[in-house]
Design a protein around this ligand. Sequence first.
Ligand SMILES: Cc1cc2nc3c(=O)[nH]c(=O)nc-3n(C[C@H](O)[C@H](O)[C@H](O)COP(=O)(O)O)c2cc1C
Length: 178
Amino acid sequence: MSQNNALPDAITTIHRRKSVRNFTGQGVDQAQLDTILRAGMAAPTAVNRQPWSFVAITDRQTLDQLRDGLPHAKMLNKAGAAIVVCAMPDKAHDQSLAFAVIDSTCASENILLAAEALGLGALWTAAYPNHDRMAFVRKSLRIPDNVIPLNVIPIGHPTGADQPKDKFKPENIHWEKW
Ligand SMILES: Cc1cc2nc3c(=O)[nH]c(=O)nc-3n(C[C@H](O)[C@H](O)[C@H](O)COP(=O)(O)O)c2cc1C
């Protein structure tokens, strides 16, 4: 399934992942987008309901439209693609909004990790839970009202300006009991 024989191992990819906000402007291969979308759908979900849909965007005009309407997604300017992860409460366990969002968040993290593993960059930019941003993304992409646009994930070739942060804090771990 991968296009690259020398993919890094999972732990290396996890630690190398960072929010990439500086892209070269180069396009993203369709095969790489396919690998990334497959990684998204490999995520765990409550009772295996898979309550999600993905809007994959490569059209420059649509990327620019999203950039113009989202205050914290200006890096779409030079991204080659974007994926909007959509949560679908109607399909979720107990038709629960919480499960739909949790499950779609798992898919989103897989997407971020897959992009990193392929040598691309990506980041989560927020739509949910901001009503104005969700309404704007829905309108721009014709997403139905019962579907929640969770985020917009710009994907592209990184310039190298963004680096991973060391966030390990031993005091956040409670062995056995808090
Ligand atoms: C729910 C969520 C919303 C976020 N929204 C934005 C956003 O709108 N714009 C942005 O530039 N980064 C956004 N981020 C990325 C965070 O700023 C970033 O993950 C955090 O600073 C840690 O950096 P790292 O991803 O490089 O480890 C978001 C991340 C999460 C998980």
